[in-house]
Design a protein around this ligand. Structure first.
Ligand SMILES: [Zn+2]
Length: 131
């Protein structure tokens, strides 16, 4: 799933996990450090089973994060739910995770996060808060 963190002028950053954490903590992304314009976290999804091959673009508008910085660091695992809005106004939730590779760099997990019942319940409640 291609994703990008980019400002209204097109300045992009590769730091997607940091952007997700920033949204989880403050509810929004800080402005672009280069031009000062608003930044956005976009995700493009193409559903193979849909049969249309059509891509849909979403903006990450909220993030529910299960672990604190210290817990994620200790576990080398950082599960979240990205709450994403489509241009047409509907919202979808996408459970994701980042994990550390052998060089201790954070990598976006290819599949959904593995959670116990307590963690899934807590993450879901955070994602559904205010709904
Ligand atoms: Zn910019």
């Amino acid at each position: 799933m291609p994703s990008r963190v980019v400002c209204d002028s097109g300045h992009a950053t590769r730091l997607k996990r940091e952007a997700a954490i920033e949204i989880a903590k403050s509810g929004k992304l800080s402005r672009c450090g280069i031009c000062g314009k608003a930044r956005h976290f976009f995700v493009r999804q193409t559903y193979a089973g849909e049969g249309t091959g059509k891509s849909n673009d979403y903006e990450v508008i909220r993030v529910a994060r299960l672990l604190s910085d210290r817990e994620a660091d200790a576990q080398s695992y950082d599960p979240m739910i990205l709450i994403m809005r489509h241009d047409e106004g509907y919202e979808l939730m996408w459970p994701v995770f980042w994990g550390r590779d052998s060089k201790r760099n954070w990598r976006w997990g290819q599949f959904g996060p593995l959670l116990n019942a307590k963690g899934l319940r807590r993450l879901s409640e955070m994602a559904l808060a205010g709904r």
